[in-house]
Design a protein around this ligand. Structure first.
Ligand SMILES: Nc1ncnc2c1ncn2[C@@H]1O[C@H](COP(=O)(O)OP(=O)(O)OP(=O)(O)O)[C@@H](O)[C@H]1O
Ligand SMILES: [Mg+2]
Length: 168
């Protein structure tokens, strides 16, 4: 098993609650037009992150990953567009299906399975890479790709992950 050490830009989460708390802290500094790509294997915790992020934005509707819906929109301090591209064949489909559109500039976009976009990966974007390092432990790496998103690194470094968050 990978040793549980962290490097700059990384946090260790000890359970779903901690992952949600980290995400909620990041939502606190989110600005219209921000795009976050959530990377990680099946069951890594991308949707848990999305749930916490939604809570941080004041979203009250349930955030999950419905089987055949590629994008869900939630109302919060800013509109939240939650995309799960697992079933997407390729990037051309994303554009054709209207999954990526100008309206998203007014809100926050969270993308699960961003690798499906291939060359069409948005820029700038914040990459959130979630890796399982134990049953309930996750190493979460935050990286800003492109300009203007470095403030997320600071927020991630100072986020308080202890305690519990009520799940929706
Ligand atoms: N530290 C942790 N952070 C997040 N989830 C955790 C953690 N520890 C355990 N889990 C569990 O791992 C699972 C993560 O599921 P989740 O749906 O968020 O994964 P996902 O990355 O969205 O997967 P998928 O690719 O299927 O969409 C949940 O059952 C959650 O309770
Ligand atoms: Mg998911």
């Amino acid at each position: 098993m990978t040793p549980s050490t962290t490097r700059p830009g990384e946090r260790l989460s000890t359970g779903p609650e901690a992952t949600q708390r980290l995400a909620a802290a990041l939502a606190g500094i989110a600005e219209a037009g921000d795009v976050l790509c959530l990377w990680g294997e099946l069951g890594a915790g991308k949707t848990q992150f999305a749930k916490g992020f939604g809570r941080g934005l004041g979203v009250t509707t349930t955030i999950n990953s419905p089987t055949f819906v590629l994008m869900t929109e939630h109302v919060g301090r800013l509109p939240l567009f939650h995309l799960d591209l697992y079933r997407l064949a390729d990037a051309a489909d994303a554009w054709a299906g209207g999954l990526l559109d100008e309206r998203q500039g007014e809100g926050i976009v969270l993308i699960e399975w961003p690798d499906r976009l291939g060359e069409a990966l948005p820029l700038p974007r914040l990459d959130v890479v979630i890796e399982a390092t134990g049953e309930e432990e996750r190493r979460i790496r935050i990286e800003a790709a492109g300009a203007g998103l470095d403030r997320y690194l600071e927020a991630a470094a100072t986020a308080d992950l202890a305690g519990t968050v009520a799940r929706p």
